[in-house]
Ligand binder design. Structure first.
Ligand code: GTP
Ligand code: MG
Length: 366
């Protein structure tokens, strides 16, 4: 080999080493922005961190925002007509908006009110040559939810125990909501007792017992097929003796059309009054968010028989019919207490009307 060739070879080898060496060095310095699950596992194993005692629950607005995606999608296309400061909308565009509101199951009369107010707002914007903003839509939607005292009622100054009876049609999510409520009140530092007054359905008691254990709530049950009145009597007596803050009574599902079953509920409530004269302090109707306007009809029937003081709307995570909440409040004048946004223990959020409307018409990412 000639000396020139040898020199080239040495130089090439040095350059190669330098390039490879630099690449390896810079790779070792660089932290990946996102770890794959297996990298994450190893990274965590190398640097163990103390796990938080309970995972921080997501902020309600963020949860409602994602859980209401389907209802929002039902409305979004048409409401998009407002963005971009268009001077006016064509009749066809108004029809589309009306259709979208009906698709989101706001119901005919609430949709009409929504449309009228949108038209008024747009007219006043036009005369000031302004454009419709998402705040305007939120204000209109919020107005339609009325001035009821929505959300979780304060227990301050309330009789103790506060007895909340949970009622509704079969399968709407009563037991699950009782379980989630137990957890919610426990997180507020309250002592909670669950009464398994669904003695009718096999396995209902066991289902509730699991929820009680999960949320460290006390639990009172009776015999299967036994008298639900006996269970509430025992539950309220125990709650009084043990200084419990909140008693949640899970009742058997029943069709609002079955008069005898509806009367049985009223009787169970009267049994409560033998122990605590003004019980139940709250009667909350659970409605399945997938039923849309049909749930409004259910609610009317229950309200005819029972003194409803609140509504829980469940399964909104899979529903495109969340717009029915507007009719529930405007047609029935009953506050919405909580929303069920999934099947796990933290998937229950107090109803915040403004945040709800924001999540529908002007999604907020927190
Ligand atoms: N996705 C979703 N599922 C829910 C929600 N709430 C309840 N469920 C589910 O709905 C089903 C019925 O729930 P339950 O709590 O047993 O309903 P229930 O009203 O007590 O039923 P009965 O006692 O038979 O009348 C279960 O599979 C629950 O996991 C919710 O907010 N979101
Ligand atoms: Mg049940």
């Amino acid at each position: 080999m000639e000396s020139n060739q040898f020199i080239y070879l040495v130089v090439a080898a040095v350059v190669l080493f330098a390039v490879v060496g630099f690449a390896l060095w810079s790779r070792s310095k660089k932290k990946p922005a996102v770890l794959t699950p297996s990298e994450e596992k190893h990274a965590t194993a190398a640097e163990p961190k103390a796990a938080p005692a309970t995972p921080a629950p997501q902020k309600p607005i963020a949860r409602a925002d994602s859980a209401l995606r389907r209802t929002r999608d039902a409305m979004a296309g048409a409401l998009a007509a407002f963005w971009g400061g268009k001077p006016s909308l064509t009749p066809a565009q108004w029809d589309e908006i009306e259709e979208a509101l009906l698709m989101a199951d706001l119901g005919v009369s609430t949709s009409q009110k929504f449309l009228e107010q949108l038209k008024q707002k747009l007219a006043s914007k036009e005369s000031n040559s302004g454009a419709m903003t998402s705040d305007d839509l939120v204000a209109i939607g919020r107005g339609l939810l009325g001035s009821l005292d929505h959300g979780a009622p304060s227990l301050e100054g309330r009789p103790s125990p506060t007895v909340i009876s949970i009622v509704g049609v079969n399968g709407v999510g009563k037991t699950t909501s009782v379980g989630k409520l137990a957890n919610w009140y426990r997180r507020q530092g309250k002592t909670v007792l669950l009464g398994a007054a669904d003695t009718f359905r096999a396995a209902a008691t066991e289902q509730l017992r699991v929820w009680a254990e999960r949320s460290e709530a006390q639990f009172v049950s009776g015999r299967e097929q036994g008298d639900p009145g006996a269970v509430v009597f025992d539950a309220l007596t125990a709650a009084k003796a043990r200084n419990i803050d909140v008693v949640l009574i899970d009742t058997a599902g029943r069709l609002h059309t079955k008069v005898n079953l509806m009367e049985e509920l009223a009787r169970v409530h009267r049994v409560m009054q033998k122990v605590i004269p003004d019980a139940p302090h709250e009667v909350w109707l659970v409605l399945d968010g997938n039923l849309g306007q049909n749930s409004v009809r259910q609610a009317k029937e229950f309200a005819n028989v029972l003194p409803l003081s609140g509504v829980i709307v469940t399964k909104l995570d899979g529903s495109a019919k969340g717009g029915a909440l507007f009719s529930i409040t405007s047609d029935l004048n009953i506050p919405i207490r909580f929303l069920g946004l999934g099947e796990s223990v933290d998937d229950l959020v107090p109803f915040q009307p403004e945040e709800f409307v924001k999540a529908l018409v002007a999604p907020v990412t927190v």
